[in-house]
Design a protein around this ligand. Sequence first.
Ligand SMILES: *[C@@H]1O[C@H](CO)[C@@H](O)[C@H](O)[C@H]1NC(C)=O
Ligand SMILES: *[C@@H]1O[C@H](CO)[C@@H](O)[C@H](O)[C@H]1NC(C)=O
Ligand SMILES: *[C@@H]1O[C@H](CO)[C@@H](O)[C@H](O)[C@H]1NC(C)=O
Ligand SMILES: *[C@@H]1O[C@H](CO)[C@@H](O)[C@H](O)[C@H]1NC(C)=O
Ligand SMILES: *[C@@H]1O[C@H](CO)[C@@H](O)[C@H](O)[C@H]1NC(C)=O
Ligand SMILES: *[C@@H]1O[C@H](CO)[C@@H](O)[C@H](O)[C@H]1NC(C)=O
Ligand SMILES: *[C@@H]1O[C@H](CO)[C@@H](O)[C@H](O)[C@H]1NC(C)=O
Length: 563
Amino acid sequence: MNTIRTAAIPVFIFSVLLRAQAASDFDWTKVTATKELNWTPCYSGLQCARLEVPLDYSAPDNRVAGIAIVKYSFKSPKSEYRGPILFNPGGPGVSGVDAIVASGEAFGTIFGEQYDIVGFDPRGIHYSTPAASFFKTDVDRAQWEHPGVDDTYPSLNSSYDVIPTQRARYQLLGTLAEIQDTKNILQHITTDNVARDMLSITEAFGFEKLQYWGVSYGTVLGATFASMFPDKVGRLIIDGVMDGEAWYSGNITNSMEDTDATLQTFFDRCAAAGPDACPFHAPTAAAIAANLMALSTSLIDTPIPVITNVSYGVFTYTYLRNVLFTGLYTPYTSFPLLAQGLAQLATGNATILYQMAEEIPYECPRGSQRDPVEFDQNDQEASIPTACGDGPVVTDTVAQLRESYEIGAKLSSFWDMFGNWRVRCSGWKVHRKGHFMGPMGASNTSFPLLVIGNTADPVTPLSSARRTSGYFPGSALLTYDAPGHTSLTAASSCLHNHMRQYFQNGTLPEAGTVCSPDEELFPSTSGNKTVKRSAQDLKLREALRQIHAAVQPMTLRHLPRLR
Ligand SMILES: *[C@@H]1O[C@H](CO)[C@@H](O)[C@H](O)[C@H]1NC(C)=O
Ligand SMILES: *[C@@H]1O[C@H](CO)[C@@H](O)[C@H](O)[C@H]1NC(C)=O
Ligand SMILES: *[C@@H]1O[C@H](CO)[C@@H](O)[C@H](O)[C@H]1NC(C)=O
Ligand SMILES: *[C@@H]1O[C@H](CO)[C@@H](O)[C@H](O)[C@H]1NC(C)=O
Ligand SMILES: *[C@@H]1O[C@H](CO)[C@@H](O)[C@H](O)[C@H]1NC(C)=O
Ligand SMILES: *[C@@H]1O[C@H](CO)[C@@H](O)[C@H](O)[C@H]1NC(C)=O
Ligand SMILES: *[C@@H]1O[C@H](CO)[C@@H](O)[C@H](O)[C@H]1NC(C)=O
């Protein structure tokens, strides 16, 4: 049961596959769900348990879900123990277990060794049971998902029939989901229930109040928790904030407010960095933008075949759009590579850019067909029930989807990528009556929230962080003057000292606090920037580097479905 399926995992430049492999070393099928946390040693040095929670909190005696939980245990003397900090890496659909398996110790370094660092797979997802599944077998799923970015995430602007085709595709997927959902579990995979589960987890640790860090979609989860249980907030950081009001209204158009500004940082900093640090250099930002535009449109007429040592495929306009869009999430790692790839593309070779989103070809499982997947990379299945089931029923016709496209396209040139989420939800049919849909906010949470927003985040603009901070009077807004998605975009001792202070001492940053990253976007190749740092800062930086390396690619794996 434990073979790891590697198809449909775009290989970014990080070592996600190795980590996923490591994460598969533990057999979750042997861990039964219990009402108390029954810890078993796992993943060399961590502890695992499966918590039994009601599948339906309004009928608690009925069926149960089993939440997979991993902890990196506190190391300080018992008298200093401060309870669990729960982490959610976003999606919806990203595995919190894998995140903590890959970097739990680094979390301990950042927040302090008085805490248990806790990762959990939200209900329906990955190692948690029951698993959401739209397909009968892995092979069915692979055949649906496998074709690659061109088919899975087409640019809605790449041809006139993309919107109607995508709409029909998601009508089909929505119907498959309904057919496969004979046990009626999908309707219970919603954010409000995951928030309830977080309270159950906290209480199972023997604590009353939640301590939490959520990034990206994890901010919807965090803010939902604080709205539903304002007196159960111990410490709560939301980082890279999606506006919950928009989320529950089913219209997240505003998410794209800063997307083009993020791309603009590529042009600006590349122009400033010079041709050594930025191979796609031109004398002005405008010239670089024009060169990119020309290259992009040339792909419409002339897609490029690519063969690598891993796979082969055709590098198309849509492929480039995907690479550019996902690149905006992690500029500090992707921009230098993007610049190299674009310079190579200008010579007619698309290998580097192709490799930035390359997928490992699917291999059929050995032996007979496997059971419907319990423990697998059920990415779409983990994401769609929440992303679409949280909002209102969407019944958009092709004409309405085209209309939404026009609205979104006015806001951002990347709407051709992001608009897919609305199309996906137009096929989704499972909505539980009476689930939480807002309003977001609480006049008085039992501890103020810490809200973090970047100045140029491609999918969670600073305005969303500001608005969300407004829903929670007393919360503090910390601005991170950096491009990219969430504070994970780049290490910053300023920012992370604030996060640590918040957890340890309950100190909120002063109003108007702005932190800067410690890293450069296009590091100069001569690299003689010598800033003296304390040993503590260096240790922190190394820990942050580990978390970035582990969590970013997991988050990216789900892109650009939604963040
Ligand atoms: C493929 O080639 C790249 C270098 O271009 C190398 O880093 C990688 O390890 C190779 N992968 C395999 C599976 O051989
Ligand atoms: C393209 O560049 C790659 C290196 O990134 C090289 O291995 C390959 O041979 C080149 N392909 C062509 C057709 O020039
Ligand atoms: C969604 O939100 C945007 C921005 O607030 C708004 O302009 C638009 O009319 C809304 N509705 C649709 C269907 O896009
Ligand atoms: C769609 O593509 C056309 C060219 O094919 C381009 O002019 C237009 O700006 C694109 N629109 C968006 C929103 O990307
Ligand atoms: C807010 O809640 C805290 C803790 O629950 C309490 O001490 C405080 O008095 C409340 N403030 C207001 C304005 O209600
Ligand atoms: C918390 O406050 C105490 C006392 O003011 C201080 O000694 C300690 O360094 C602070 N901890 C952090 C993480 O800033
Ligand atoms: C590198 O250091 C030298 C000497 O300290 C200095 O003159 C030069 O401007 C520096 N270069 C950069 C890019 O900072």
